[in-house]
Design a protein around this ligand. Structure first.
Ligand code: ADP
Length: 357
């Protein structure tokens, strides 16, 4: 018997409607004035608004965004120029409770390329975000708990060091105590970084601002990092004679971190260059190494929490939070941090800070 292909009657519109109603993401379309045209079942479940309550209403009124007007303006701008926008936003359900959404918005065009409407595909990620918040809280509590016994260990090694100085002991004991002290400081540094991450997450990173000399800050940072390497020489060129306003300790943390990374990620070179320059409004600090470099396509991810370049993460130990903390501190000073590398021959980090906050 001859096989025939059965023609299944397809009513495209109906199929499209069925897909829209079955899909688990909220799919919302609006006209070019942002008035709601369609609102699927998942949108009803996500936001508790029923379709008939929202159709014809301005989407910005139905789903006010917690991040406010600025983000909305940015989104509209990108829709106009590129035709799409992607991002995470906090919105509200009908009863005002918050809902975390990862959203992808596109301009729908007709056959000849004219924009006719806007479609948003919104996924509710509230549970995942709440879990992340709980993890951050845990991080804060755990690092706090770890720090308490560590403070005692540090105290006892200090006492032992003093005892060894006054009472004769084998030189081996002094050496071991010195090393214990170094590792205690290292552990303290790691725990403080974890605490910083949880402070940043909770929005509790507070700046203690004062007016200070940037040159002496950079010099002190170099002096504290130089003894940790016997291979590298940190060369410093300064042309800045200005004081700036900011949190001195936090900015020292930034520079020390960049210097430690420069040493860690350049095991085969022997030089690190630091420069400070300024114009009337900004000072610029650069830290340049001649190490492994950072591939161009990874550079935009560097300042994200827990990010490490995969190809080298097994060779170099680390938690992937140093640059995240640096960028948060610099952002809090209304400054910028940028990276430049051709991916092979070293890396330059550039921190720009306003002279007045
Ligand atoms: P960590 O060094 O603990 O991994 P960071 O947040 O300080 O964390 O850095 C994130 C990642 O960026 C590192 O894992 C490394 O892959 C890359 N990186 C940072 N600084 C440099 C550098 N100077 N040279 C090359 N890669 C670097």
């Amino acid at each position: 018997m001859k096989k025939t292909l059965h023609h299944i009657p397809t009513n495209n519109e109906k199929i499209a409607k069925n897909i829209l109603e079955s899909i688990s993401d909220a799919v919302i379309t609006t006209d070019l004035e942002f008035l709601v045209v369609t609102w699927n079942k998942a949108a009803e479940n996500t936001y508790s608004w029923r379709a008939e309550e929202v159709i014809g209403q301005p989407i910005t009124q139905i789903l006010p965004q917690d991040s406010g007007k600025e983000e909305l303006v940015e989104m509209v701008k990108q829709l106009r120029t590129q035709g799409f926008w992607k991002g995470d936003v906090i919105q509200q359900k009908q009863d005002g409770t918050k809902v975390y959404i990862t959203s992808s918005v596109s301009v729908v065009k007709d056959d000849v390329g004219n924009p006719i409407s806007i479609v948003a595909v919104n996924r509710d990620i509230t549970e995942r975000i709440q879990l992340e918040h709980r993890k951050d809280e845990f991080l804060g509590i755990a690092s706090h708990e770890l720090r308490t016994p560590l403070t005692s260990i540090k105290g006892y090694t200090q006492i032992l060091k003093r005892l060894v100085e006054t009472e004769p002991a084998s030189p081996k004991i002094s050496e071991l105590l010195k090393r214990t002290d170094i590792y205690t400081d290292k552990l303290n540094g790691l725990i403080n970084d974890l605490l910083d991450v949880s402070k940043i997450q909770a929005g509790k990173l507070v700046l203690n601002n004062s007016k200070f000399d940037i040159d002496s800050l950079v010099q002190e940072s170099i002096e504290s990092v130089q003894p940790t390497t016997s291979k590298h020489e940190i060369v410093y060129k300064n042309t800045v004679k200005r004081k700036i306003v900011g949190d001195r300790d936090r900015l020292e943390q930034v520079i020390t971190n960049l210097l430690s990374n420069a040493i860690k990620y350049s095991p085969k070179s022997d030089k690190i260059e630091v420069t400070t320059t300024n114009d009337t409004k900004f000072i610029k600090i650069t830290v340049r190494d001649f190490g492994i470099g950072i591939p161009k396509n990874k550079q935009s991810l560097l300042f994200h929490r827990y990010y490490r370049v995969e190809a080298t993460e097994k060779t170099f130990s680390g938690m992937g939070i140093g640059l995240y903390i640096c960028s948060e501190i610099v952002n809090r000073h209304k400054g910028t941090i940028a990276v430049a590398s051709d991916g092979h021959h070293g890396t330059t980090f550039e921190v720009t800070l306003p002279i007045q906050l």
